[in-house]
Design a protein around this ligand. Structure first.
Ligand SMILES: [Ca+2]
Length: 282
């Protein structure tokens, strides 16, 4: 090997080493972002996410509805956009963006019986462990805004949020409500619109979830008859507390223990106490 080739190789090795060190530093400096790519939508896009949808033929079965009631006929993805500092004329007390500079909005105020579904799968790592309790956390915030035309329950606009462990197909967190659903503390918006303030979720997962694929799903559906819209804002998906507008650290959210023997019962009790009607599908 000539002197010049050897020198070139050494230079290349040094570059590779420098790149590896840079990656390691980046990983160490952003441990809270280990789970879910672009979880706060701060790329001002849906990069890292999968947007799908179709049309809403109505919920299957009869109340109480669950994720198993959700039926989507094949079709193009429903509307979705990223919003910044804007006012929502239908939900005047919702402050946007929820965290950082951007918040995602799935579906919109228009009708057409459209459904928007957002999903992402990622693997929990040790970086998602909260040092406070030594357990992995999954945190996010959501706020549904839906017209309430007072159709039959299965025809109403609805939203659905779930966190599922794909390794064993268990539901770690799930929330469903149709517009105007009895027992849900909807606020009255403009006209017939109903909404909820941002709900901060802090799902505490078992250590066994480390290394397993976790799937997030958010669905927002118009009424099935085609005349009325509904949408949901989501933001801050990750293991760190959901931040504040502009990027500050968030206040601790109410903890929802998930994944130990009493977790689902405790979660159900908590949601019931908050006026939620909740059912699980496993
Ligand atoms: Ca954000």
């Amino acid at each position: 090997m000539s002197m010049s080739t050897s020198a070139r190789l050494r230079g290349r090795d040094a570059l590779a080493l420098r790149a590896a060190v840079a990656l390691a530093v980046a990983a160490v400096s952003t441990p809270a972002l280990a789970v879910f790519q672009n979880g706060g939508f701060e790329q001002n896009s849906f990069a890292g996410w999968t947007l799908e949808g179709g049309t809403n033929p109505g919920l299957a079965g009869s109340p109480p509805f669950t994720g198993a009631s959700v039926t989507i006929n094949p079709g193009a993805a429903g509307p979705a956009d990223i919003v910044g500092q804007v006012a929502d004329p239908r939900a005047p007390t919702i402050a946007l963006p929820r965290a950082g500079s951007f918040t995602a909005r799935l579906n919109d105020e228009g009708g057409g019986a459209l459904v928007t579904r957002l999903t992402q799968v990622d693997t929990l790592t040790a970086a998602d462990i909260d040092p406070v309790d030594g357990l992995p956390h999954l945190r996010f915030a959501f706020a549904p805004v839906m017209d309430d035309p007072n159709h039959a329950p299965h025809e109403q606009p609805y939203f659905y949020v779930s966190v599922r462990n794909l390794a064993d197909n268990t539901v770690l967190f799930e929330q469903f409500a149709y517009s105007g659903q009895p027992g849900v503390d909807f606020l009255q918006g403009t006209g017939n619109w109903k909404y909820l303030p941002f709900q901060d979720v802090d799902a505490v997962l078992p250590l066994s979830a480390i290394g397993q694929p976790i799937e997030l799903t958010v669905i927002a559906a118009d009424c099935s008859l085609g005349g009325h819209g509904g949408y949901v804002y989501v933001d801050g998906f990750g293991s760190a507390p959901v931040g504040q507008p502009g990027g500050g650290a968030g206040a601790p959210a109410v903890e929802l223990p998930v994944g130990h023997p009493f977790a689902l019962a405790a979660l159900a009790a908590l949601l019931a106490a908050a006026g939620w009607r909740r059912a699980r599908t496993v």
